[in-house]
Design a protein around this ligand. Sequence first.
Ligand code: CA
Length: 235
Amino acid sequence: MPEQSVLVVEDTQEIRELVTTVLERAGFAVRAVGTGADALAEVRRDPPDLIVLDLGLPDADGTEICRQIRAETPCYVLMLTARAEEVDLLIGLAVGADGYMAKPFSPRELTARVQAMLRFPRTMPAVTTDPVAAPEPVRRLAELEVDEESREVRVDGAVVDLTRTEFDLLAALASRPGRVLQRETLLREVWQTDWEGNLRLVEAHMSNLRRKLVAAGLSSPEIRTVRGVGYRLVA
Ligand code: CA
């Protein structure tokens, strides 16, 4: 398996070096830059599998860099914030990061989050009473096709441009059509965490996913919200 690559974007030298060191020790190929401009240049030169992105950069707002990265590559974005309270605000802004981590964080926690995001293909832990159906490379549900092998989603044959997290959410729903998946279940399966502070992250990504599917012309199946519980895919 080729080395997975991580781009660290952080202007504070000690943090940049610490993150680089712990991720290299965990076996990732790590590159590090200190500005938003350099981050975009690196992403364009050679897109990494995951970006650890500091919110407070000297030349640009991390949220703006995140949006630009999102427009150019499907890689995972783990955003570092100075305070835990900023996380809610950022989720509300629909910046599009796949995960957030507030400073100070422990190196072990950071490594665990990065490994969880890059675990691929992901194994589905047995958290619902419904067993996951046997792996099928392509699932067809009415107008929708979810191709686990190429990680493509098609609506009436046309590919829909989704981020990795959006794809993972849809694949989780499509593996058990009609069944309600709790938000907590999705957190565990897609983000590999059960920290409930992340529940709004599920909602934010689900709403982006829905918007993209509707914009692609999908009318059936649709993602239904089961208020206070979770989501299900209904044909
Ligand atoms: Ca900073």
